[in-house]
Structures are given as structure tokens and as C-alpha cells.
Design a protein around this ligand. Structure first.
Ligand SMILES: *[C@@H]1O[C@H](CO)[C@@H](O)[C@H](O)[C@H]1NC(C)=O
Ligand SMILES: *[C@@H]1O[C@H](CO)[C@@H](O)[C@H](O)[C@H]1NC(C)=O
Length: 280
């Protein structure tokens, strides 16, 4: 009997080792464990693209943010550090196209506003004011107040989603009137969101939690009331990877994650057409 248990325990450990080993691959220390479905009820939506970037050494500093110029298939990465190019421009398939470091000092956030005819990227430098809140810019904890509003995005129904990190919640507003539409705080008892985005098909809203090193996906609520926050899928990154800001390629559905702990940007691609690009 005792031998049975030893064997059973050994078998479980070997299996665990194999799983860990097969997930923990790739360059330096920080290729992620991709425990996409930690709970049986969760469904995996994305997988890590191990082919992006082509050379992980291209991140010579600490990437704080990433912005996808979907019309032109470009991925902008802004990194902090000394004597390095602050801005890198990569192709969707992971090649470094350009780098520059003039005009950028200590990048924090970034937003690509390109058209097929003109390439524009907005970069926020720490020190200059990050948030352009047209509505209620007040600091505090009540509805419409903010404490470190850290990321903002729009959905297709005209709602503005603000990751109110210090208050451990996401607040939603009407894009036109600025009316407060609600908030999600039930997902953030441990830590507030540092980033918020929609998947390219609009089916999920997802957010990054820096210290938990986690991305979580919630079904996007239909127009109107936002209801409660209920996570349907997660991507658990390795400890101290620290995902800061994320962005989505509207064309391919890929998600890019700027990781300040791991000092890299990683790309996740949809596992099926259900979470991929427009109109699927
Ligand atoms: C700008 O980047 C180059 C490398 O591309 C580097 O040699 C130079 O030191 C950088 N300058 C600053 C001020 O970071
Ligand atoms: C993450 O942890 C650090 C160190 O404990 C803390 O200073 C920081 O406020 C935390 N960040 C968030 C977003 O909770």
C-alpha cells in the first residue's frame, strides 16, 4: 500500500514537472507559464506567440507600454532606461523596423492613432499629465472620482472604460454625455487594474493586474447597464512579470503585453476565430 502511494505521488509530481517544463520554455528567465485555464470552468482564449519578437534581445530597456497601429501592421514599444532607444517599431511578425530616442524621455503610456495614409502615435511622458478626462477629473474614492486612472478605452456602444487603479475598480461613462454608468470592483479585491482593453471582436473586456501578473477576461456586457464583473478566462503569467499596459491588434486580434518586470513585450494570439478579428 505504501508503495502504491509513493508511486502515485511520484506520478503526480512527474506529470506536474512535465507540464511545468513544457510551459516554461523560451528565452531568458521569463517565458511565461501559460496557465490559461486554471479552473475547469475557464476557457483558454489565447496562446503565447513564441515567434514574437524574433530576437528578445531587442528590448534593451524596460518596456512600459505598447501600442498597435493595426492599419499599418506596426507595433510601437516605448521603453525606459539609459543610453537606449526609447522607441522601437516592430512588425506584426516580430522584426525590428526602426528605433529612435529623440523627443521621448520617460514614457508611460501610448496610443496609436494611425490611418492607412498617416502614422501617428501619442506618447505620454511622466511629468506631463496622463489623463485627458473630459469629465470628472476629481481625485477621491466616490463614483466619478479617480485615484491613479491608469488606462482608458472605448467600446462599440459608446461607453468609456477607465481603469481606476488606486481605487481598485473600472468605472464606465457615456462617451458623449460623460454620465457615470457604473463600476466593477468585485474583480479587484486584491489589486486594481493597470490596463483595460476590448478584444478585437468586442466579445470580451480584459484587464491586466501588475503585481498579480495576470490578465483576466470578462464577457463584454451589452449596451446599457454594465452588471457585475465575472472572469471567464485568465492568463496567469510567471511571478514578477508585471504586465503594465496592453494593446490589441484590431485586424488580427493579437494582444501585446508590456511587462515591466520581465523587461519584454509578449504577443498572444487568439486560439480560435471566436476571439479573433473583426466581424468573426
Ligand atoms: C539613443 O539611442 C542610441 C542607440 O540607438 C544610444 O547609443 C544613445 O546613447 C541613446 N541616447 C540616449 C540619450 O539615450
Ligand atoms: C505593487 O507592489 C508594490 C510593492 O509592494 C507596490 O508599491 C505597488 O503599489 C503595487 N502596485 C499595485 C498596482 O498594486
Amino acid at each position: 500500500m505504501a508503495r502504491f502511494w509513493v508511486c502515485a505521488v511520484a506520478a503526480v509530481f512527474s506529470l506536474a514537472f512535465l507540464i511545468l517544463h513544457s510551459c516554461y520554455c523560451g528565452p531568458p528567465m521569463f517565458r511565461n507559464f501559460v496557465f490559461v485555464n486554471r479552473w475547469t470552468t475557464e476557457k483558454p482564449l489565447y496562446r503565447l506567440d513564441l515567434d514574437w519578437p524574433k530576437y528578445s534581445e531587442m528590448f534593451t530597456g524596460t518596456p512600459f507600454c505598447v501600442a498597435v497601429d493595426s492599419p499599418n501592421g506596426l507595433v510601437y514599444v516605448a521603453q525606459r532606461g539609459d543610453n537606449i532607444p526609447k522607441m522601437l517599431v516592430l512588425s506584426e511578425d516580430g522584426h525590428l523596423l526602426r528605433a529612435w530616442n529623440y523627443t521621448v524621455d520617460t514614457p508611460h503610456g501610448m496610443f496609436a492613432a494611425s490611418t492607412p495614409y498617416e502614422q501617428t502615435v501619442w506618447i505620454t511622458d511622466v511629468g506631463s499629465d496622463f489623463m485627458m478626462l473630459w469629465l470628472h477629473g476629481e481625485s477621491g474614492t466616490g463614483p466619478t472620482h479617480f485615484n491613479i486612472p491608469h488606462s482608458v478605452t472605448l467600446d462599440s456602444t459608446g461607453r468609456v472604460w477607465v481603469a481606476d487603479r488606486g481605487n481598485k475598480r473600472i468605472q464606465m461613462f457615456d462617451k458623449v454625455t460623460g454620465e457615470w454608468l457604473g463600476m466593477w470592483d468585485d474583480c479587484f479585491t486584491e489589486e486594481g487594474p493597470s490596463s483595460v482593453r476590448f478584444t478585437a471582436d468586442g466579445k470580451y473586456v480584459f484587464f491586466a493586474q501588475l503585481n498579480l501578473s495576470r490578465l483576466s477576461f470578462v464577457a463584454a456586457p451589452p449596451a446599457g447597464s454594465v452588471g457585475r464583473c465575472s472572469v471567464v478566462s485568465t492568463i496567469q503569467l510567471a511571478d514578477q512579470v508585471s504586465p503594465h499596459l496592453v494593446d490589441v491588434d484590431r485586424k488580427t486580434g493579437a494582444i501585446y503585453v508590456a511587462e515591466i518586470g520581465a523587461k519584454q513585450v509578449q504577443k498572444y494570439v487568439p486560439l480560435s476565430s471566436s476571439s479573433s478579428s473583426l466581424g468573426s
